[in-house]
Structure formats: structure tokens, C-alpha cells
Write a protein that binds this ligand. Structure first.
Ligand code: MN
Length: 286
């Protein structure tokens, strides 16, 4: 089990469960940020201006609050708790995320990235909104299936590699979660405390489960929520930098240059939020 790193996205403090040294991916899942629910009084809204992505899907899942997503495809979609926003970057997309401020509660949720395989990572961008992902009733928990399948529920959301992503809501007592034997898995607790054997999982910890398990036994008090992510171990070596997932530094530099020059590769987003410029690459540019 590993501890999350503290990181900052815009003005928001987040717990970054992936990537970490020694654990870069779980299946194709390559990035897990857990934000909220606590925010200092007077903190500015959690808005993130237009920024680019390539080579990945973004998965947005909220526990509380609302976010408005706008992207260079023309999508304009507010996402609420229990709904899934899934954006596919492919060769390039830009988006902005804005906290909807009429909500009284603080924003609480996760944003995850899924690496795209060679077959699709240079392809077109896309956006999907799923207002009511399917649920599976498990012993001791209800699973809301965001991606892939769990129990008798299968999500209609796009996946480019064999994956699962589900929110587990515990009823109390022992919960039994069916797993795919060929997948590796991770568990991120969103609120409360979940026990895996005699190990207590709390927000900010990532539990990793190697392939070969057909079932996961967890215990969580009623109301506790956790995210289960998993997939076939990703066979391609990834390079992740800033908002890009690629394979080489040259690809990174090309993506950075395209964003800096406002190239049509990423396009623009209709919002008054300020555009986010890329930092310099941390290696000597070619
Ligand atoms: Mn983004």
C-alpha cells in the first residue's frame, strides 16, 4: 500500500494516488486525483482554465458539488454526483472545468486518467456523458460501474483496453466484490474507512492488488465509499508529463509547441477562464 502525494491543481489541493514511484499504472489507469471535501474558508473556486490533453481519457466522478465541463469539441456538460463525464483526448483536445458555485457543499470527487493504447491514441477526440451508470448489488455493497463490467452490470462508456472502474458504496459488514482474474486492481477510499483484511484503508492511501484474484473481501461502515479501478497490466511504456500521455520526449515537445502556438490540434474552448500555458519541459528540449 502506498500513500498519496499532496499536489495542487489550479487552486485545489488534491491527493494524488497515481502515478507514484514504483507504481505508475493499474491497468491503463495512470492518474488518480482525489479532491475535497474539505476546503479552507474563503478559498477560491476550483476552476481550471482551458488546457490540452493527448493520449488519454479523463474520467470525472463527483461525490458532492457540481462541475461544468466545456471542451474544444463544443461539449458543455455539467456533471453531478452519480454521473460520469468521460473525455477521450486521442491526438488532442482542450477543455476547461468550472466549479458550479450555487452549490452549498464543497466540491468532492475524483478525476482519473486512462492511458490510450497505440491503436487509438492518435485518433479523434470524443466526449461522453453518462447520467446514470449501471449498478450492481453485491453482498454488502452497491457498485456503480463507471467503466467495464462488475457483477451483472456493464457500463456503456467507451473503453479502449480491458478495464474496470466502479464506485463501491458499503452497507456495513462484509462486502464481496467479484474481480477479473487477469486484472490488477487498486482501491482508493473516498470517504470513511474500509478494511481489507486487517489493513485499514483511509482517504489518501492506495491499495494495490496484483492479478490473480477472483474476489475481494472488504468491510466498510454504512455510507463509506471507495473507488475500485483495475485492468489488464498496460503493456506499453508511458511517458507522462503535464497534461500529456505519450511515448517519447519528441512527442511531448510537439504537443507542447502545438498548444503554445494555438494550433488547431487542440482547438479552443468557449469560456472566460484564462488559458493555462505549459511549463517548460524538465529535460533539455531537442
Ligand atoms: Mn484536464
Amino acid at each position: 500500500m502506498t500513500a498519496s502525494r499532496e499536489a495542487t491543481v489550479g487552486t485545489m489541493a488534491v491527493r494524488r494516488a497515481l502515478p507514484q514511484r514504483g507504481r505508475r499504472t493499474i491497468g491503463a489507469w495512470c492518474f488518480v486525483d482525489h479532491f475535497g471535501p474539505l476546503r479552507p474558508a474563503g478559498a477560491p473556486p476550483a476552476d481550471i482554465g482551458p488546457h490540452p490533453h493527448c493520449g488519454l481519457h479523463t474520467v470525472t466522478w463527483l461525490v458532492a458539488g457540481e462541475m461544468r465541463h466545456r471542451d474544444s469539441l463544443g461539449s458543455d456538460q455539467t456533471v453531478r454526483p452519480g454521473q460520469l463525464n468521460l473525455m477521450t483526448a486521442g491526438n488532442g483536445v482542450a477543455h476547461a472545468e468550472e466549479e458550479v458555485r450555487h452549490q452549498s457543499g464543497p466540491l468532492h470527487g475524483v478525476q482519473l486518467w486512462v492511458a490510450q493504447p497505440a491503436a487509438t491514441r492518435g485518433g479523434p477526440a470524443a466526449f461522453e456523458h453518462h447520467p446514470s451508470p449501471p449498478r450492481a448489488d453485491l453482498p454488502g455493497a452497491t457498485a456503480t460501474v463507471l467503466l467495464g463490467a462488475l457483477g451483472d452490470a456493464r457500463s456503456a462508456a467507451r473503453t479502449d483496453t480491458p478495464l474496470v472502474g466502479a464506485e463501491l458504496s458499503f452497507h456495513g459488514g462484509r462486502a464481496s466484490v467479484p474481480l477479473t482474474g487477469g486484472f490488477e486492481h487498486g482501491v482508493v477510499v473516498l470517504g470513511g474507512e474500509v478494511h481489507l483484511g486487517d489493513v485499514a484503508l483511509v482517504p489518501g492511501r492506495l491499495a494495490y492488488l496484483a492479478p490473480g484474484r477472483e474476489e475481494l473481501d472488504l468491510r466498510g461502515t454504512p455510507g463509506t465509499r471507495a473507488l475500485l479501478i483495475g485492468g489488464e497490466p498496460f503493456p506499453e511504456a508511458l511517458l507522462m508529463w503535464w497534461n500529456f500521455v505519450a511515448r517519447t520526449r519528441e512527442e511531448m515537445e510537439a504537443a507542447r509547441a502545438a498548444w503554445a502556438s494555438r494550433d488547431a490540434r487542440f482547438g479552443g474552448v468557449a469560456t472566460s477562464l484564462g488559458r493555462i500555458e505549459a511549463p517548460g519541459v524538465p529535460w533539455r528540449a531537442a
